[in-house]
Write a protein that binds this ligand. Structure first.
Ligand code: ACO
Length: 334
């Protein structure tokens, strides 16, 4: 009998501390009006100093596992998508999360696809499950983005926030619960649009790295913006067309939450109604790999996401990477 991947549960962790636009007005030469007008962001959440990416990932993971109705020992693969790992080399953040949530003897690894990391992880979970290698995959998108942001650089520090989201993807034989389609891609010729130059093999950690602030994120904002609108729109147009689905049939359009103007441009190009488009950018900012699962969790916790409803995920990020997915929400049958 054929086995399919299904989206069984969602969870998230949002740090308590809020960094508002008026806080940022005191730190750099910016205004609440500029930030809201250009990005739609009003505030973002920032993790305390002692909280790591794996701490946030573990908290989101516990919620997702609890909601899946599974025992944690049923999880047979853990993937963590992050560009702000606990450690830049090793161990992986997924390994640390496995220990924090008390799952031992499990395959665990990280992936690096920036803001596209969560949807990239969904492609991997699907492949593992549908090949019969794994049954219940925990995927985590977690970022302590504040650890790579230069809070003297007004062009980037207004954009990003911290947080984590997690999902359990399980095997099913029920085709109506299965992922409808998923697609991921990249174009490395745009690698310099979004980069944290150090530490790494190109620029190992040294005094120069600190003096030149190479450990902070650098972004060609305007170029990234234009490419994001173009790529995100093409990606969703293609996935809908390939599956003979009209935009009006999508219950929840959940794009990467980077900038309200990007989301609006893509939504308008597709003719999406406001009630179809999930928006969290105003309160979380851009949380990179955590952005989409945090947004899914928001509609789940507010009671908007119901069994069988079709989600259209669409993401874009450093690499450059992009990905889209058509997935029904398939919680454990009551
Ligand atoms: N406050 C006030 N003025 C500012 C600020 C600020 N915080 N930041 C920049 N400006 C100024 C610039 O200096 C510039 O001034 P100038 O005209 O005198 O030179 C002016 O505002 C316009 O700057 P732009 O960069 O052209 O502004 P833009 O409208 O493009 O908005 C932004 C910048 C918000 C960064 C936008 O380009 C953007 O959202 N880009 C996309 C980011 C994104 O989608 N990333 C996705 C992936 S993220 C990941 O993978 C981790």
């Amino acid at each position: 009998m054929a086995v399919y991947a299904s989206f069984r549960s969602i969870g998230a962790y949002v740090p308590e501390k809020i960094l508002s636009n008026s806080d940022l007005e005191k730190m750099v030469d910016t205004t609440d009006e500029w930030i809201v007008k250009r990005t739609g962001i009003k505030e973002r959440h920032i993790a305390d100093e002692h909280i790591s990416t794996s701490d946030m990932g573990a908290m989101a993971a516990r919620v997702a596992i609890e909601r899946s109705g599974l025992d944690k020992s049923d999880i047979d693969l853990i993937i963590c998508a992050t560009v702000t790992p606990d450690y830049f080399n090793m161990p992986s953040t997924a390994c640390i999360i496995s220990d924090k949530i008390g799952i031992s003897n499990v395959q665990a690894f990280d992936i690096s696809a920036a803001c596209s990391g969560f949807v990239y992880s969904l492609t991997i979970a699907k492949a593992f499950i549908e090949s019969g290698m794994k049954k219940n995959v925990l995927i985590v998108g977690a970022e302590k983005f504040s650890s790579i942001v230069d809070y003297t650089d007004r062009s980037t520090c207004i954009l990003f926030g911290d947080g984590a989201g997690a999902a359990v993807i399980s095997a099913t034989t029920n085709k109506s619960e299965a992922f409808v389609d998923i697609h991921a891609s990249a174009d490395g010729s745009y690698a310099d649009f979004l980069v944290t130059p150090a530490p790494g093999s190109v620029h190992p950690a040294n005094q120069k790295m600190l003096d030149e602030k190479l450990n902070f994120v650098q972004m060609k904002g305007n170029e990234t913006f234009k490419l994001a609108v173009k790529t995100l729109t093409k990606d969703v147009v293609d996935i809908l067309k390939n599956n003979n689905i009209k935009p009006s049939e999508i219950k929840h359009f959940i794009p990467h939450q980077a900038n309200y103007r990007i989301i609006k441009a893509v939504g308008d190009a597709l003719g999406m109604k406001d009630e179809q488009v999930v928006l969290t950018v105003q309160k979380y900012g851009n949380t990179s790999a955590a952005s989409i699962p945090m947004a899914i969790n928001d509609i789940y916790e507010s009671g908007r996401l119901k069994e069988g409803e079709l989600m259209l995920l669409d993401t874009f990020g450093g690499g450059l990477t992009w990905a889209s997915a058509l997935i029904p929400f398939a919680p454990k049958a009551k």
